[in-house]
Design a protein. Structure first.
Length: 351
């Protein structure tokens, strides 16, 4: 018998993880985010027509709203999904039972809020997404407190280090996923893509990495022009055009392109003047890139909205609300929907 599984989403952003849930056959009943543009984006897209969209600060949200939605629906299991902002504190134990959390509202750190909702709703399963640096030894106490807390609630959990590349996303994007279930979680999500140089020809399940050119070449036409893409009147444009495809400013510090008096290797962020190669996957799409932070298009311009959306695997017809800066931030902060789909399918099999 096929179980009917539904989802509640918190820290929904513009809906990357929520789209993934939809694609996995798990409808999202409600979404919650404090950013107005994000909630307007959700409302603008058909897949959320039946979802209740809450534009609220999670620290002020009445959990009874979620409970009422669940009581009004018929389902077999429900899951909680979300990727809370996280700027780890050094004080171990902040994450659990901190009576002063209202006083300590920090918009960079919402892990405690996520865990509180798990405690209050007791979903059949949950998906927690976050940056890979959460696994850094300096943040060991964060992971320890999270896992100790969910285990105390009776959940089995699995920490999965993922690269979106391995699941059909044309982008090198490393994250961690913590999955929780009231049942034992068996195995891990199976990777679907790999570097073509190492694919066994007999393994028909594994496909080569999706390249940037595969998904954005169609948008390199005049009808998609955006004024924000223009870079040829900027400080470093003459340098950008000299950077080969798939390289960054370091290419200008070495022969035959260098040495260049402006730059010295190791003195800039690695994504300074970083340029895409259409035959390779993209580097991580940033939420708030600086003016000369890549990836840039291989034709030496900034990327267009449909291009960054495609690299993040948003559906081509997806509508974003807000100004250009807001849209960049929404897309850059999102979980790639294709990655979300794979993770939620796996979670659904283990609840």
């Amino acid at each position: 018998m096929i179980k009917k599984i539904v989802a509640l989403s918190i820290f929904s952003g513009c809906g990357g993880l929520d789209i993934g849930s939809h694609l996995a056959g798990v409808p999202v009943l409600a979404c919650l985010d404090f950013d107005k543009d994000c909630t307007e984006t959700l409302k603008a897209n058909y897949m959320f027509n039946d979802a209740k969209i809450f534009h609220e600060d999670i620290t002020d949200f009445n959990i009874n709203e979620f409970k009422k939605i669940l009581e009004a629906k018929k389902y077999d299991k429900f899951i909680l999904i979300g990727g809370p902002p996280c700027q780890p504190f050094s004080k171990a134990g902040y994450w659990v039972g901190n009576k002063a959390r209202k006083k300590d509202k920090d918009p960079r750190n919402m892990v405690n809020e996520y865990l509180n909702i798990v405690k209050k709703l007791r979903p059949d399963g949950f998906l927690f997404e976050n940056v890979e640096s959460l696994l850094h030894p300096s943040n060991k106490h964060v992971i320890l407190e999270i896992t100790k807390f969910v285990a105390s609630l009776g959940y089995h959990y699995k920490i999965i280090r993922v690269n979106a590349l391995d699941f059909g996303v044309p982008q090198k994007r490393k994250r961690i996923i913590i999955l929780g279930s009231k049942k034992e979680i068996k195995g891990e999500p199976e990777k679907t893509h790999h570097d073509k140089k190492f694919i066994n020809a007999r393994d028909t399940k594994i496909k080569p990495f999706v390249t940037t050119g595969d998904v954005i070449r169609k948008f390199d036409k005049n009808k998609y022009f955006e004024k924000e893409e223009v870079a040829n009147n900027g400080t470093y444009y003459s340098d950008l055009i000299r950077v080969p495809r798939g390289k960054n400013y370091i290419a200008l510090t070495k022969k035959p392109l260098g040495p260049h008096p402006k730059f010295k290797a190791g003195k800039r962020f690695w994504n300074f003047l970083l340029k895409l190669d259409p035959n390779e996957p993209s580097w991580t799409i940033a939420a708030q890139p600086g003016p000369w932070v890549g990836p840039f298009h291989w034709t030496s311009r900034r990327l267009r909205v449909p291009e960054i959306a495609a690299i993040q695997t948003f559906p081509e017809e997806y509508i974003f609300k807000g100004n250009r800066r807001s849209i960049q931030k929404q897309i850059g902060n999102a979980v790639p929907p294709v990655l979300g789909k794979k993770m939620i399918e796996f979670l659904s099999e283990n609840i």
